[in-house]
Each structure stands twice: as structure tokens, then as C-alpha cells.
Design a protein around this ligand. Sequence first.
Ligand code: SF4
Ligand code: SF4
Length: 425
Amino acid sequence: MKEAFQMLSDPRFHLLYGVTQRFGMGPEPRRVRLNREGFKLVEGVAKKVMVYPRMRLAVHPSPLKGDAFAPIFGRITDITERSIFVDAVEPDDDLRQAAHEAKQQKTDLLTLTEQGRDLAVILKGLGLNTRSLGQDCETLIINALNPDPGVTWAEPMLLSHADNLKVALEVLRRLSPARDIILAVPSAMRLQRHDVTVVGVPAQYPASVNALVIKAVTGRENPEGVGIVGLHNLWSLGQVACTGLPLIETVVTIGSLRHSGNYIVKEGSTIGELLDFANIQLKSGDTLVRGGPLRGESLDKLDRSVTKGSTGVFVVEAGTIPPMEGHSPCINCGACTLICPARLTPSMLSRYAEFALHERNRAEHIECCLECGLCGYVCLARRPVLQYIRLSKHKLGLSGAEAPLQELKPRAKSIDAASAAEGGK
Ligand code: SF4
Ligand code: SF4
């Protein structure tokens, strides 16, 4: 049991890395796979059609979801219910001319007068998701911590991309109804900015989980009128505001828990190409993860791709974290309950999910799960606890883009990660 909690002092769970250089550029993809789930294809977009960078391919019916654009010169090779596949081609003169004209059609967000919903519609047309940026709240917190252990782009975004953030904040003040905007950064950074209130918070995972950042900044759990948005989302807004062009890229950390680099990569880049680019070779027993090592999703194919919201591509090397053991039974050790920052009982949640008793998980407040992944990490039986919880949430309709901000389970007794760590020593 004691060992289970030593992870909280494990240096790999520090979320501050001293990384300050600007991001490198990722590879020029040979193939991209774009998400089109829920999107409507633009007229004329079909198999074999030639495309150029920033050509609009599909539109989402939600006014808060950014349209889909081609990130490269290429030919559409397939369109399915879920994806648009584009193979790169060497452009001819016509295609180059079309790309040149698209690049001239810039939108100067800083001189526009639109605000709120009207501005959100313009940003949607530039490929930006604005659900979190423009949420209805009085105080908006920007979560500027690296979201997961091993993800390292937050510090360079704050320190070396300060111009991007300055412009993003200007646009955000017109988009967001919030009276106050607060930038939550690791307290050890001692960051100072003149254009936004800066608040220092602990930088030890799971402190970067949204509900815990809100608690650290406001001193309250689930306070009314407080919203939160990730720094990654703000960087995307800054990218669109600085270029005046549709968003076709994202920033990801590519690497492992030990070695990694931050890159600006084209949306739809496949995981296989990104790993090749970073000179990472998969070995037997390694796990491939999109997102962070604790909260990301493991992948079984290298042709999966990154989206605008992707934060990392990781290889968790065999032996770094003991592998999950499929259906291994719970041994009631209680480690997951002690570590859970949402005060849940993950052992029960996972058992109900395992036996398809999903309705029982409502009474267990499964909706309060923050999906931090700590329960699975500490599980002595190596049960895929978080995966079971996600399955149950999915069955109960509690997951997906429209899911509300996850809360902490209401209970008088307060066990957060820090007190759990003290109790475990
Ligand atoms: S139940 Fe949810 S909040 Fe609790 S430790 Fe597991 S993933 Fe984290
Ligand atoms: S799920 Fe894992 S950590 Fe939780 S009580 Fe069961 S064996 Fe222990």
C-alpha cells in the first residue's frame, strides 16, 4: 500500500520541467486522416478531389465546433463516416494558385468589432472550437499546467510564445462573457504578466485536472460561475489571431516519460509518421498512447491521427508502468479509494462496469470521476480501472464533447491527493 503512494513524490509526476525553447516544426505528412464525425461535407468534396492547405472540407452543425480544413496539398483517397483520408501530392500550378489565394484571405481578428456569439461564429469558420473559450461564466480560469506527466509544452507556451498569448488574451476578452480572467500557472514559475491576473498552483499531478485547478485557485469545490479552459486551446486561438488563417495544426509532446520534444504538427498527422519523425521505435510490450501517459487513450494502430485537441503522442516503454491484466479480479486492497481525488470508490465503479451493471454506477456518482487515471496506476491487481469507468460513462451517456465539467463527489470528508499522500506515508 505504501508503495502505491510513493508515486506522488515520484519526479515523473512533477508537471514542471524547465523546458523553455520554442516548439520545433513537425513532419510534412505523407498522409493525413481528419476527423469528420458529425461533420457535413462541403459541396464538391469527394473521393479523388485534389485539395490544398486550408481548403474547407467539412462543416460541423454546432456553432461552437470548428470547421475542418485540409492541412496539406493532396488527393482525397477515402471518405468514411468518421474520417477523411488525404494522400500528399506534389501540387501543380492550379493547386498552388488556389493555395496562394486562400492564404490572401486573412481575417484580422484584432480589428473586428464582433463579440461573444458573433465572434464565436467567425472563429468556427477559422476551424476553432470555442465551447470552452466562450463558456458562460463570471470568472474564467486558464489552466496553464501541463495536463499529464511527461507533457512538456506548457512552459514554452507561457515563456517563449508570450506574443501568441498576448494576442489570444485580447481576442478572448471579446469572446468570453467572463468579468475576470485568471491564468493558473505552476507556483514555482513565479510568472508575471501585465495583461492578466496570474495565480500560482501546485504542479504535482493530479493538480492539473480542471476541477482541482479550480479548487486551488478559488479555494472552493465546484464554485458557481467559474469556468475553465486549457492553455492549449488559448494557444490555438492565438495561432488563428496571429496568422488570420484557419487552424490546421496543433502542439504535441512526442516521446516517452523520460525523453520528449514539443512540435507543431499538422492536424491529421498519423501517429506512425510522428514517431518516425521523432526517431522513436516501438518495441515489443510498449504501449502507444494518444494524449498523456495517465489520461490518454492507448492505440492499437499506427495509422490513427492527431486532432486539434491532441496534446501528446507517447510510447510508454515496457516495464515503465506494469501492464494492465485484462480481467484480473479486484483484491479489495483499497489503494484506489485512498488515492482518488474525487472521493469515489473506483473499485466498485470498475466492478459494476465489468459486469455491465452500469445503472448502479449512477448511485456511486460516477459522473464525478475526473478521469485522472490514478486509480488504475496504483491498482495492485493491475485492473484497467479507468477504462472500465470510461466504458460505464459511455453507456450512461456521460462522456463526449458535451459532457459537463466533472465535479468532485459531494461529501463532508475531504480527501484530496495531497492528504491521501500524507496518509499513505
Ligand atoms: S475514479 Fe476517476 S477521479 Fe478517482 S482516481 Fe479513478 S480516474 Fe481519478
Ligand atoms: S480496484 Fe485495484 S486498487 Fe482498487 S481495491 Fe481493487 S485491487 Fe485495489
